[in-house]
Design a binder for this molecule. Structure first.
Ligand code: SAM
Length: 226
């Protein structure tokens, strides 16, 4: 893990300390069991993705503001989605909502190729710089409305919406490979259900509600318009 720019104020005030505490208490402590997912968290320097937060805030058990009215999601929420997607090292994955680039940095360690779309240019530029600094070369970023997916690079083995949609955009389901999994917070503006949709055949899907969650709204063609 990179410690660039950090000078510990106290002996335990290091990224390694807070990261290990986050993994033990928030992830293992809440039943995240996928060792590949846990190892990816241990390697990704979360504090570099929300540089205006203090070290303890960056690794805390809640979302953190990253500017432009957006957030880097709570660590447990990210881990929950990653574990539920049952990722394999050969997978090609789409993320809709790059935000800080943190989840893309985790995905980059877990799968072969990551495609990620962000609609806010400032956030995308910062994410691009962070991912380059970490030498994560298997991530391709694009600016724009990703609510309809990214047809040119489909099919994907997994698709993640990291912003909440009023319903699952139908065109995106068809961008899943057969056997592929889509994870999306879907529901009301201020409360959603995390859905996992698996494409089981050419025109068949299996949908499961995994539990309640709260995400910032998806905007654009298939998002919320207010
Ligand atoms: N995965 C991110 C991370 O690791 O920091 C957190 C994402 S944040 C909770 C949700 C992001 O989705 C925001 O950055 C927001 O701008 C973006 N977003 C919302 N609607 C979008 C759309 N239609 N296309 C692309 N990005 C969108």
């Amino acid at each position: 893990m990179s410690t660039d720019g950090y000078r510990p104020a106290r002996q335990h005030d290091t990224p390694e300390y807070w990261s290990a505490k986050m993994i033990a208490e928030q992830l293992r402590g809440r039943n995240i069991r996928d060792e590949r997912v846990l190892a990816a968290f241990a390697k990704a320097p979360r504090h570099l993705f929300c540089p205006s937060a203090s070290l303890s805030e960056a690794y805390a058990d809640h979302p953190v503001e990253i500017g432009c009215g957006q957030t880097i999601s709570q660590p447990y929420m990210v881990a929950w989605m990653l574990e539920a997607a049952r990722l394999r090292p050969t997978d090609r994955v789409l993320e809709i909502g790059t935000g800080s680039g943190y989840q893309a940095a985790l995905l980059a360690q877990l799968v072969a190729r990551v495609f990620s779309v962000e609609r806010i240019p400032e956030l995308l530029a910062e994410a691009r710089e962070r991912l380059a600094r970490l030498d994560l070369e298997n991530v391709t970023l694009r600016e724009g409305d990703g609510s309809a997916g990214w047809l040119e690079h489909a099919p994907f083995d997994a698709i993640f919406y990291t912003a909440a949609a009023p319903e699952v955009p139908q065109p995106v389901k068809r961008q899943l490979a057969i056997g592929g999994r889509l994870l999306a917070p879907v529901g009301l503006r201020h409360h959603q259900n995390l859905l996992r949709i698996e494409r089981t055949g050419e025109v068949t899907y299996h949908e499961k509600e995994l539990g309640g969650c709260v995400f910032v709204p998806l905007r654009g063609e298939f998002g919320w318009n207010d």
